[in-house]
Design a protein around this ligand. Structure first.
Ligand SMILES: [Mn+2]
Length: 340
């Protein structure tokens, strides 16, 4: 894959005047923040920009200035617009009408800006930087290196993208670069970290906390105490009027247990369709484990969706994970012995 260079994408953004920006399904802080930062900046540069997120915006991100400019639909009149996908690892994850990638007469070029190591380079131009903590970091580099307009709205969107993808600067992807950019945004654009953290974390609905209580009561631990999991079945989901995305953070409780290397949340999103959220601690790379089941993501956080009955899937996935951990422990011991 041609992973592309910053200057190519900067030239592209400068030479064209009409853009459609899109991101992945179940948009998170990095998806929304990156999309918004790029969109607002290009608008300030006098470009015509359509920001598209068909599922709407989770409540925890409504505080972002400019978020009301993101639209759930693509109007039929739009054409001759360049497509920019942010934070989207593959075509099938892009949350947009299929013509956006297929109708070359209306949408001649697709640009793919992302940081997932699993990104397959689906764009006509690709800027994929797996070492970036967040796509927001790549967007920051594009905007500053290209001299595109920045203001507090753009800076806040980028900060939110980086903060959410690094677990507010706690995860292993919290690089010097991530902290440096965050510091620049705070110092130069008066971005307010405490305010952003409060808005992102404290906009939960009463019902989602009640649901969390029930989900926590399903918590289980493997015999070796290295794998912990929880489940949400259809009955439980039906009991509370909660958006699925409000359950996204639940999995962190499983992974927060002392000694646990892999935390899992099994969500029966539809009958016979189970979405699994994966979290891990060093040295387990859950992007590899989720990929075994057709998913992907990052070393510490990944996801996949499997068809089948909830209990069967739980059994099948746990067997795989426990065996994987046993094998990797063995390998570690071999390595340690070889090194001696
Ligand atoms: Mn991301």
């Amino acid at each position: 894959m041609n992973s592309g260079e910053y200057h190519q994408i900067i030239d592209f953004l400068k030479t064209h005047d009409r853009f459609i920006l899109g991101s992945h399904i179940n948009p998170d802080g990095d998806a929304i923040g990156s999309l918004l930062a790029l969109g607002l900046s290009l608008q300030m540069a006098g470009k015509q920009v359509k920001m598209l997120l068909p599922e709407g915006i989770p409540a925890s991100f409504h505080f972002l200035d400019g978020v009301e400019l993101i639209s759930p639909t693509l109007s039929s009149g739009i054409s001759q617009a360049m497509v920019v996908c942010v934070d989207c690892a593959e075509k099938s994850r892009l949350n947009a009408p299929p013509e956006l990638l297929q109708d070359k007469a209306r949408f001649p070029l697709v640009v793919n800006v992302d940081h997932h190591i699993s990104n397959d380079g689906f764009g006509d131009l690709n800027l994929v930087r797996p070492y970036a903590s967040a796509t927001g970091e790549i967007v920051y580099r594009l905007l500053t290196a290209g001299g595109f307009p920045m203001d507090k709205r753009v800076a806040t969107a980028i900060y939110t993208a980086i903060a959410t993808d690094t677990g507010f600067f706690r995860y292993s992807n919290t690089s010097g670069e991530a902290l440096y950019i965050a510091a620049q945004l705070v110092q130069e654009y008066q971005v307010a970290p405490a305010y952003i953290s409060e808005r992102v974390h404290e906009e939960k609905s009463y019902e989602s906390i009640k649901l969390l209580g029930e989900v926590l009561s399903t918590l289980q631990l493997s015999k070796d105490r290295k794998v912990s999991w929880m489940k949400i079945n259809q009955a439980l989901l039906g009991k509370y009027p909660v958006e699925l995305e409000e359950t996204n953070g639940f999995v962190t409780y499983a992974n927060s247990i002392q000694g646990v290397l892999v935390g899992l949340l099994f969500k029966e999103v539809k009958p016979n369709e189970v979405k699994i959220s994966w979290r891990s601690k060093e040295p387990v790379d859950v992007s590899v484990l989720a990929a075994h089941f057709g998913g992907g993501g990052h070393a510490r956080a990944a996801g996949c969706t499997i068809s089948g009955a909830l209990e069967d899937i739980i059994e099948q996935v746990l067997a795989f994970v426990e065996e994987y951990i046993q094998e990797s422990v063995k390998t570690d011991r071999n390595l340690a012995e070889a090194g001696r």
